[in-house]
Design a protein around this ligand. Sequence first.
Ligand SMILES: Cc1cc2nc3c(=O)[nH]c(=O)nc-3n(C[C@H](O)[C@H](O)[C@H](O)COP(=O)(O)OP(=O)(O)OC[C@H]3O[C@@H](n4cnc5c(N)ncnc54)[C@H](O)[C@@H]3O)c2cc1C
Ligand SMILES: *[C@@H]1O[C@H](CO)[C@@H](O)[C@H](O)[C@H]1NC(C)=O
Ligand SMILES: *[C@@H]1O[C@H](CO)[C@@H](O)[C@H](O)[C@H]1NC(C)=O
Ligand SMILES: *[C@@H]1O[C@H](CO)[C@@H](O)[C@H](O)[C@H]1NC(C)=O
Ligand SMILES: *[C@@H]1O[C@H](CO)[C@@H](O)[C@H](O)[C@H]1NC(C)=O
Ligand SMILES: *[C@@H]1O[C@H](CO)[C@@H](O)[C@H](O)[C@H]1NC(C)=O
Ligand SMILES: *[C@@H]1O[C@H](CO)[C@@H](O)[C@H](O)[C@H]1NC(C)=O
Ligand SMILES: *[C@@H]1O[C@H](CO)[C@@H](O)[C@H](O)[C@H]1NC(C)=O
Ligand SMILES: *[C@@H]1O[C@H](CO)[C@@H](O)[C@H](O)[C@H]1NC(C)=O
Ligand SMILES: *[C@@H]1O[C@H](CO)[C@@H](O)[C@H](O)[C@H]1NC(C)=O
Length: 471
Amino acid sequence: MVGRLRSLLTLSAIIVTASSAATPICRDVSGNGTGWPSDVVGSVVDSSDPKFSTQSARWSSYEAPTFSQVFAPEDEEQLSIGNGVLITMENFNYTKINDDLTATVGAGSTFNDVVQVVGAAGREMTVGSCPCVGATGAYLGGGVGRLQGLHGLSSDGVRKIRMALWNGTIIETTDSVNPDLFWGMRGAGQNFGFVIETTFATYPQTNGGNNYESQLTFNISSLGTVVDTVNSLLPLDPKLAIVTIVGADATTLETLVLVNLVYAGTTEEGRGYSNLFSNYSISNIETTLTYAELPTKSAGGFNNIKCIKGHRQDQYGVSMKTIDKNSFIAMAQEYTDLIQANPLLNASAFLVETFGVQAIDDLGDDYSAFPHRGRINNFLEINVSFDDDSVADAGDAWGKRWRDNFSEPDVSGYNSTVVYQNYGHGDEMLSTLYGADAWRHERLTALKQSYDPQGVFNAYHAVPRSIERWS
Ligand SMILES: Cc1cc2nc3c(=O)[nH]c(=O)nc-3n(C[C@H](O)[C@H](O)[C@H](O)COP(=O)(O)OP(=O)(O)OC[C@H]3O[C@@H](n4cnc5c(N)ncnc54)[C@H](O)[C@@H]3O)c2cc1C
Ligand SMILES: *[C@@H]1O[C@H](CO)[C@@H](O)[C@H](O)[C@H]1NC(C)=O
Ligand SMILES: *[C@@H]1O[C@H](CO)[C@@H](O)[C@H](O)[C@H]1NC(C)=O
Ligand SMILES: *[C@@H]1O[C@H](CO)[C@@H](O)[C@H](O)[C@H]1NC(C)=O
Ligand SMILES: *[C@@H]1O[C@H](CO)[C@@H](O)[C@H](O)[C@H]1NC(C)=O
Ligand SMILES: *[C@@H]1O[C@H](CO)[C@@H](O)[C@H](O)[C@H]1NC(C)=O
Ligand SMILES: *[C@@H]1O[C@H](CO)[C@@H](O)[C@H](O)[C@H]1NC(C)=O
Ligand SMILES: *[C@@H]1O[C@H](CO)[C@@H](O)[C@H](O)[C@H]1NC(C)=O
Ligand SMILES: *[C@@H]1O[C@H](CO)[C@@H](O)[C@H](O)[C@H]1NC(C)=O
Ligand SMILES: *[C@@H]1O[C@H](CO)[C@@H](O)[C@H](O)[C@H]1NC(C)=O
């Protein structure tokens, strides 16, 4: 079997997908189906198959790769084969609660799939805000979410990973079995193999799983006060999660300012925070949502809209110690001008996620390959969204200019640029994504050399196989 697999491996880039949410830059070097072994060829479809378009649909069509085939392995045995095509993990969609209350999550599960099962068991873990994001794809890069202040990153809760290596060997990795690989999988995990399933710690639900939510809207003239209020709350209460959004009304093109505040506690406690905003907001809608409802129902279901596939999504992201009011207001003014001049960019937005960081920072800097502990107080995310390529250049120039502005130490508050790789654009230096420390480069490159000697898993922020190639 190994010989057969080796003969199949061309110089290729593999994209593994649960949900096609992400925007990795990659290339398709697949052939036309010749060469697939007869025992898996039934799980490979090309564009003549009606399943092809749904299986290869991606969240973003911006600079998207094209694929000639999609491989949907049925089981582990089939998974140990395949290269140069989109591999969809749709047949690995399951979440199980184990006797020790850990949760084992198949690599085809989205965060929304996971919270249904974990929530029903009266437990919780850190998940991302959007229902459609692949739980595996997100944690491989770190995994940020509202409960991170209490329970750490999604990847901080990983206890065991079952995966297939480049040559088809299936292994498990934990803190004590292949611990070097286990370290690298949590933060640089797209580099070393296909994940089949992952076991996570879960925790008793905070406040019985009930969360207070406040959705506030503001006049643009209040933006500076909003920024001051968010900054005044740092370091953030670990139960609190604030998202500050600047967007546009698709009809009037008016610039909108929204704050979504979720508190994993009682309404009274949560109101203590929303009251700091509501005395100058235009509106304030308060709700109570369970842990399992948060991905789909928070922000009035806004995240479901963000999950619709196929739009051009040109993303930039950078981390900031505090929100620089001067730059943020200037960016909003330029956003207003941009949308007025290019109405077809009106679905574009920028936002700041301000989440607790205590449980992340409590772990040592070398706990995992996630390199940004102590440096992720606020994530600025710039989403340039459109369907008509005539506005692509104007939108991209605006996004890039402000990403660059917020990357400067005197604006971000950090002494070097910090980018969470899953919120990156793709043009960042590898040291920005994986950390600048020489020991990180050495450790990641050594792992790449031993676990992916042919560079099969190079599709998304590839760790170089030689130390000289770090940027
Ligand atoms: C709308 C939206 C909301 C988001 N919200 C959050 C959030 O709240 N928190 C957060 O942390 N991130 C968030 N992200 C970013 C997200 O973590 C990344 O986009 C991530 O890459 C998505 O993974 P995926 O599996 O959904 O996408 P995919 O495109 O399927 O996967 C991304 C990459 O991960 C690798 N990969 C996926 N599955 C496997 C596997 N089984 N084995 C090996 N490699 C694999 C592949 O290299 C693949 O190219 C969001 C993204 C979007 C689009
Ligand atoms: C597959 O592609 C190769 C060249 O890349 C070509 O020679 C061959 O005829 C193709 N086979 C089929 C079945 O299309
Ligand atoms: C996973 O399965 C559930 C039903 O059990 C389904 O609702 C969901 O859409 C599936 N998720 C994916 C990513 O296919
Ligand atoms: C927003 O504030 C400006 C200046 O304070 C005011 O002129 C305008 O009427 C306000 N708009 C709304 C919708 O409240
Ligand atoms: C907003 O953008 C959509 C396309 O995304 C477009 O159809 C619509 O006309 C735009 N709105 C205005 C007011 O131009
Ligand atoms: C809003 O109320 C808080 C106290 O709840 C106060 O600190 C703040 O100054 C008020 N802001 C405005 C703009 O009135
Ligand atoms: C960032 O933008 C602000 C607002 O326009 C400006 O004052 C500042 O000089 C810029 N900083 C950098 C480093 O470009
Ligand atoms: C940046 O700051 C961190 C502490 O936050 C420190 O460890 C590091 O040495 C500094 N780097 C430089 C280049 O000054
Ligand atoms: C912007 O994209 C990020 C993913 O990088 C996502 O978490 C967020 O919900 C998006 N927000 C908006 C307003 O588009
Ligand atoms: C498969 O690959 C791994 C990682 O490169 C290697 O350690 C192992 O020896 C290989 N197995 C076989 C049977 O070649």
